[in-house]
Design a protein around this ligand. Structure first.
Ligand SMILES: *Cc1c(COP(=O)(O)O)cnc(C)c1O
Length: 341
């Protein structure tokens, strides 16, 4: 198969239309058999549930080429399970897990020419999503839905090595207690846009959100979970019912315990203790881990000893081990790597 002639190193993170996408429709209480289409556009009634009351959930994962030339995805079964939880919380039907994993595989295979070559640092980003499609004007769940998966090639997240970023403690809240912070829903992102645009205008790359009830505990950023390394090399990561359960973070916790023999604490993390940590990172599919060098709390700075030049040494070890597993240099735990054949 001939690869597309794209400048893989410089495509950036944007939508680049590929040839095939998957669609399945839900009507009269059942999903149809679904399949691939070349049509990238969706025609919806003006009153569709998603347009009026934001009934939509999504996922994000990547396909990439390993050193031995195989195209693989990373733990897509966990994306399927998370989308199931998201759908249930928004009163949407569940797209079955095996069909989700199969739809992702079909889209990757059909767009294999867009899967960047090994060593380019680029990947094929995959976006499964679901939305209410029939007209809804009285506030209630839609009765018809569409599940889709498209893919778009994206460039390397770090072009010149992972430079630590500066973030701020936000005055906005991301997720209410007992709200929807733990599901991957577009609505969580809509309300975070003002906060991130504000942070960027002030010169910060991300927001650290605290728990809205007490403003004393660390939650997450708009799209990544926190990890911290203590001065005695323990991994600490916040636990809260309103944090989105990052697959990257859960994988890092496993790698820390099982590959690196580290002690791991998943617990409430008070903002007051953050100044005592040695390293800080943000984890999510896009970057795997972005190192944080500095946190600005209303003008008061917390500067991590790992500094502003490079990832801290333990964060680097976690990053190298997890990306080594993903790329096939290090043996993966059973079931983590799904080969697309
Ligand atoms: C998607 C997402 C993450 C990262 O999850 P991964 O599964 O690691 O990509 C973290 N926080 C939020 C709010 C998210 O939407």
């Amino acid at each position: 198969m001939e690869k597309k002639n794209l400048d893989w190193a410089n495509i950036g993170f944007g939508y680049h239309q590929t040839d095939w996408r998957y669609v399945s429709n839900y009507k009269d209480g059942a999903w149809d058999e679904g399949g691939l289409t070349q049509d990238a556009n969706i025609v919806l009634n003006e009153c569709a549930g998603v347009l009026q009351y934001a009934q939509t959930v999504f996922e994000g994962l990547k396909a990439y080429t390993t050193e031995d030339g195989r195209i693989v995805t990373f733990r897509p079964d966990l994306n399927a399970e998370r989308m199931e939880a998201s759908a249930k919380r928004l009163e949407m039907p569940v797209f079955p897990k095996d069909r989700f994993v199969e739809a992702v595989a079909q889209v990757v295979k059909a767009n294999a020419a867009y899967v960047p070559p090994y060593g380019s640092g680029a990947t094929l980003y995959i976006r499964p999503y679901m939305f209410g499609s029939n007209p809804v004007i009285g506030v209630k769940p839609a009765t018809e839905y569409q599940f889709r998966v498209f893919a778009t090639p994206v460039g390397p997240y770090f072009k010149e090595g992972a430079k630590p970023i500066v973030i701020k403690v936000s005055d906005f809240d991301r997720a209410a207690p007992h709200g929807t912070g733990h599901i991957k829903a577009g609505l969580n992102y809509a309300m975070s846009l003002h906060a991130i645009v504000t942070a960027h205008a002030e010169g910060f790359e991300e927001n650290m959100y605290l728990d809205p009830a007490t403003r004393t505990k660390v939650e997450e950023t708009g799209g990544a979970n926190f990890i911290f390394i203590t001065k005695d090399n323990k991994l600490v990561t916040p636990k809260s019912d309103s944090i989105l359960p990052s697959i990257t973070r859960r994988s890092i916790v496993y790698v820390a315990k099982e590959y690196l023999g580290m002690e791991v604490e998943e617990r409430e993390v008070y903002f007051d203790e953050v100044k005592d940590f040695a390293e800080c990172g943000l984890c999510g599919t896009a970057a795997v881990i972005s190192p944080v060098g500095k946190i600005n709390d209303h003008g008061k700075e917390i500067c991590f000893p790992s500094g502003m030049e490079a990832m801290g040494p333990i964060t680097q070890k976690l990053y190298d081990t997890l990306t080594g597993i993903q790329m096939g240099h290090i043996k993966a735990p059973e079931g983590w790597i799904k080969v697309i054949e």
